[in-house]
Write a protein that binds this ligand. Structure first.
Ligand code: SAM
Length: 286
């Protein structure tokens, strides 16, 4: 193999760190962390601990969401001056739902070389373990918390045919399972918890069953949710007439408003179109 082994000056190294099992840190990651001039870390205490467990002593600078605007250019300046830097986050691959994306962009703009020491990523690990289709997938990371943005994102996910990867924190898991159920109905879901740790658990189930399970069970640890994509059967599983579609949903217990909303979402049309059809029929019947 033609390996890239010598530390290059003036280069940013994106170094993946374990997502829960120290043994998953690659020997190349250790080498790069030992040999770069400095390490930029999302949390200098966490990464300081990691380095001391590896027996590595290295100057650390902090680089995270709320200081990236000022720290990014300072790091790039040091790189342009010829120093080498390893960027690490608390767990997994930098720039994936973690700081790094902006720093990579800044380096690209300034002509600073960036390379990677690949390793753990919770998203890909969970996808591989899910048992769901892996040939085509989409990474959504954390759902937005803002109600409007969240609703819009859930609508997109409902129409998505590829397997969907979501990250979630334990205190938001129940709400997310409920919101997914309301948006996509019941679909295959793999709940991947505490990957690579002692309590690793892969629960291959469905959205509704997972929601019911977690009504009883306290969410604990870190989760990746792998959601099956919309199937063609989902799309065709309704009457061709939108008015009958609404009636069917009303018969299933939905209010008229919710039935119109759900029918519009499933058919990929605007609510107003269905309102107009219903209003026309109601008018004709009078
Ligand atoms: N950059 C990381 C990566 O490459 O996976 C992701 C960082 S993101 C801030 C943290 C989220 O990743 C957690 O909330 C959880 O959804 C997921 N995650 C990280 N470690 C995990 C693990 N061991 N098991 C399950 N999910 C994990």
């Amino acid at each position: 193999m033609n390996e890239k082994n010598v530390i290059q000056s003036g280069t940013l190294y994106l170094v993946a760190t374990p997502i829960g099992n120290l043994a998953d840190l690659s020997s190349r990651a250790v080498k790069v962390l030992s040999e770069v001039n400095f390490v930029a870390a999302e949390d200098t205490r966490n990464s300081g601990l990691l380095l001391s467990r590896l027996g590595v002593s290295k100057p650390l600078v902090s680089y995270f969401e709320h200081n990236k605007r000022e720290k990014g250019p300072a790091i790039v300046k040091r790189l342009l001056d010829g120093e080498s830097c390893a960027l690490v986050t608390d767990a997994g691959t930098p720039a994936i739902s973690d700081p790094g994306e902006d720093l990579v962009r800044l380096c690209a703009e300034k002509g600073v070389p960036v390379t990677a020491v690949p390793g753990c990523c919770a998203a890909v690990t969970a996808l591989a373990l899910s048992g769901l289709p892996t040939a085509r997938f989409v990474f959504e990371g954390f759902l937005p918390t803002d109600k409007k943005e969240r609703g819009a994102r859930l609508d997109e996910i409902a129409a998505e045919k590829r397997t969907v990867i979501l990250y979630e924190a334990p205190h938001r898991l129940r709400a997310t399972l409920d919101d997914l159920g309301a948006a996509v109905g019941d679909r295959p879901l793999a709940l991947c918890r505490e990957l690579t740790k002692l309590n690793e658990e892969i629960c291959r189930t469905t959205v509704k069953k997972a929601a019911a399970l977690y009504e009883e069970r306290e969410p604990r640890g870190e989760y990746v949710l792998i959601l099956g994509g919309a199937s063609d059967a989902d799309e065709e599983d309704y009457p061709s007439d939108p008015r009958e579609h609404v009636e069917l949903l009303e018969a299933a217990g939905l209010s008229r408003m919710d039935a119109i909303k759900a029918a519009a979402k499933a058919r990929g049309v605007k609510k107003n179109e269905i309102y107009a059809l219903l209003a026309k029929r109601d008018g004709d019947e009078e």
